[in-house]
Design a protein around this ligand. Structure first.
Ligand code: HAM
Length: 420
């Protein structure tokens, strides 16, 4: 038997309402903040991600779904959207068309990570990218919008963490300081961190190994080594958040796993989902557009994992979903009436009523049972003496009230149902 690939998941009809709810809230919040939707292909040239995200990152070095296609091009299923959005921004000269581009997306992503609760190989993100302005208002806006989606979903157990990675030159200076601090502790570091010491020293802050964490707790932090301008920008972001009253915590150890960040980085974590607690991450990337071949253009963005958010919603029991129902179920007493029942059902459906009928020649009792199971507001019963008189029975299911209508007055039935 062929099963879904490890780390991928079917979203079944019983779960789809939750997804639709998240997506509706995302669209609404994004619309309120005037972000426009962008959709990019599921796969791109591999070089886009290796150059954009950074060769030494876990995503590029270990997790990408990369393959050579039949025309010998190395392609990769997108592990994140920022590089793709920037590629589209450059390719379509969006910077020339509009001074500031505020874009959002909802899309599947692919990373070959070890699957566990809240970690998948195909997962879904919603996110936003604002390209064309260095204003800290936009850094704050990324936190405000992502936080807003989560609170609208009823999530409570949230922590916003924020940091600044400054500009490359102050970061390089700081890396030297960190290297010096770690050099005489190198032997005590885990194997992974020892590798990172050479390739991506800041990521040692992300280590989950207790010994590493002890060492990193005492380490000098980048925030203390920022240049004046970066410090000022960071203060502007935090004071904007203070103004909106979003609770946050400055976390000087928040380094993020992608190389393109400059200045602000942030994450929103949930206390309700276990170890994969980052629901959302983002930050500013003022050099990425240029790195990918575009004109110097500042950018900032975030992405949030929908599976993790839904897990948090489930664990906090925060999602209220409307009860599922249909408007009307057309019951026929006699299988000879199949064509008539079908015609009536199509008329109702064309009038925008959600309508169901039996496809398996079931008994009247079974049809009524099905109508109840589907939570039909009404049933229309066709057949028997009424039908011979040219009439049908409309039954309101909650109160059990019945009303007789002429068979040729379907518009009256439609209005009766819609008027409730
Ligand atoms: P990221 O931190 O790699 O950032 O991913 C953002 C979010 O996607 C995570 O916080 C998590 O909720 C979700 N996520 C990541 N990997 C998985 C996975 N394997 N399974 C389930 N959920 C996952 C980015 O992707 C950046 N592009 C964010 C950004 C946009 N920065 C600036 N603009």
């Amino acid at each position: 038997m062929i099963k879904a690939i490890t780390g991928t998941k079917d979203i079944l009809p019983e779960d789809i309402n939750k997804w639709n709810k998240v997506e509706a809230i995302v669209r609404n919040v994004m619309n309120n903040f005037n972000y426009k939707e962008i959709r990019t292909p599921v796969f791109e040239e591999t070089a886009l991600f290796s150059r954009g995200i950074g060769e030494a990152t876990d995503i590029v070095s270990k997790e990408m779904y990369t393959f050579v296609d039949r025309s010998e091009t190395s392609v990769t299923l997108k592990p994140e959207m920022t590089a793709s959005v920037v590629r589209a921004f450059i390719e379509h000269s969006l910077g020339k068309k509009y001074g500031l581009n505020k874009l959002f997306y909802i899309s599947p992503m692919f990373r070959q990570e070890r699957p566990q609760a809240g970690r998948f190989r195909q997962f879904h993100q919603f996110g936003a990218e604002a390209l064309g302005s260095d204003n800290p208002m936009l850094d704050a806006e990324m936190i405000i919008t992502s936080y807003k989606v989560m609170t609208e979903l009823g999530l409570k157990n949230l922590a916003v963490k924020i940091n600044s990675l400054g500009i490359p030159s102050s970061r390089e200076n700081y890396k030297k300081v960190l290297k010096e601090y770690l050099s005489d502790k190198f032997d005590q570091l885990s194997e992974d961190s020892q590798k990172r010491f050479e390739t991506n020293i800041l990521r040692i802050f992300d280590s989950k190994v207790e010994g590493d964490q002890k060492i990193m707790n005492e380490a000098p932090v980048l925030l203390d080594y920022l240049d004046e301008e970066s410090k000022e920008k960071f203060e502007q972001v935090t004071s904007l958040l203070d103004g909106i009253k979003i609770p946050y915590e400055v976390d000087p150890k928040l380094v993020r796993g992608l190389d393109y960040y400059t200045h602000t980085t942030f994450e929103i974590l949930s206390g309700s989902v276990g170890s994969q607690s980052a629901l959302c991450g983002g930050g500013r990337y003022n050099l990425l557009v240029e790195q990918l071949g575009g004109a110097q253009t500042p950018g900032v963005g975030f992405a949030a994992g929908i599976e993790r958010i839904l897990l948090a919603c489930e664990n906090e029991n925060s999602l209220t979903l409307p009860e599922e129902s249909i408007d009307i179920y057309v019951v026929r007493l006699d299988k000879e009436l199949t064509q008539k029942a079908n015609e009536i059902a199509v008329t109702f459906r064309n009038a925008n009523l959600s309508t169901e009928l039996d496809y398996t020649q079931r008994s009247v009792k079974a049809q009524m049972r099905e109508a109840n199971r589907l939570n039909a507001k009404y049933t229309l019963i066709i057949g028997g003496e009424e039908y011979e008189r040219g009439e049908v029975v409309l039954k309101e299911m909650k109160l059990g009230e019945q009303k007789i209508f002429k068979l040729n007055s379907l518009p009256d039935i439609i209005s009766a149902i819609k008027s409730v």
